[in-house]
Design a protein around this ligand. Structure first.
Ligand code: ADP
Ligand code: ADP
Length: 237
């Protein structure tokens, strides 16, 4: 079953200079992510990966083409209804994007509070997520008291607090050392296997794709230039 489907998606930005050519960040991309996939998207800086993430998350509008997320065509949805779609997508980032003035528990509670969940439910869910990511003893700590790997585990707990079907990971391990990267990738593997969350993994690191993804699309200059099972794509001579 498809969970994210892009068909002939184009995203162009106005020219940087007056009279210049528009910047085509995404150039006719089609992509089909199935429920339960760990789908890697790899490419050099400037390939269009972040733009793709912002389009799937409906943070930016497509120039043309179609994006269907969990059965809903998001390119034509009014803003009010996009909120429900975004609730179905959790995000984690290279720089973690935690609130430094909030405790770990408060960071994880945040999306639940925004969604207006009752306090008892928030407490229970926060405890559950702390346990899942192995940080129950850090609930009252602040992000700057944590290691990079611990911060990203908080990021994962926060992203999954509202039980989204999809997790978008945008260079989620790029700021981490190899050992910590392994730890975060192992956690993401559990997120996929134990929670059944579909993961879209954006990275410029081949090893990250190799260790976690089952499918991969290679992006270059706004296009997907190669795609398939990770094993097939990376075993080319
Ligand atoms: P990646 O994430 O793979 O590094 P991006 O999606 O950030 O690639 O960028 C793809 C292309 O689109 C680049 O040429 C970049 O300069 C351009 N671009 C991205 N965002 C904007 C923007 N807001 N305005 C203009 N150009 C942009
Ligand atoms: P507050 O001062 O609002 O209670 P906290 O940082 O103590 O701020 O808690 C933030 C949220 O996380 C609250 O919803 C609280 O119920 C929950 N919470 C706090 N500590 C824990 C914990 N150790 N285990 C589970 N949930 C917690």
């Amino acid at each position: 079953m498809s969970i994210v489907t892009l068909t002939d998606v184009v995203k162009s930005y106005p020219p940087a200079q007056k009279g210049g050519a528009p910047v085509v960040a995404i150039d006719s991309v089609s992509l089909d992510v199935q429920k339960g996939d760990v789908y890697g998207i790899i490419g050099y800086s400037g390939a269009g990966k972040s733009t793709l993430v912002r389009l799937v998350n409906a943070l930016e509008k497509t120039t043309s083409g179609s994006i269907v997320v969990d059965g809903r065509e998001i390119t034509t949805l009014p803003e009010r209804e996009l909120r429900a779609v975004r609730g179905d997508i959790g995000m984690i980032f290279q720089q973690f994007n935690l609130f430094n003035s909030k405790t770990v528990a408060k960071n994880i509670a945040y999306p639940l509070e925004v969604a207006g969940r009752p306090a008892a439910e928030v407490r229970e869910r926060v405890a559950e997520m702390l346990d899942f990511v192995g940080l129950s003893d850090k609930a009252r700590n602040y992000p700057d008291q944590l290691s990079g790997g611990q911060k990203q585990r908080v990021g994962i707990a926060r992203a999954l607090a509202t039980s989204p079907a999809i997790l978008l990971a945008d260079e989620a391990t790029s700021a981490l050392d190899p050992e910590t990267t392994g730890e975060v990738l192992a956690l993401l593997e559990r997120v996929n296997r134990e929670l059944g969350v579909t993961i879209i993994l954006i990275t410029h690191e081949m090893d990250v794709i190799r260790s976690l993804a089952t499918k991969v699309a290679v992006m270059d200059s706004g296009r997907i230039v190669e795609r398939g099972d990770v094993f097939d794509v990376f075993s080319n001579p």
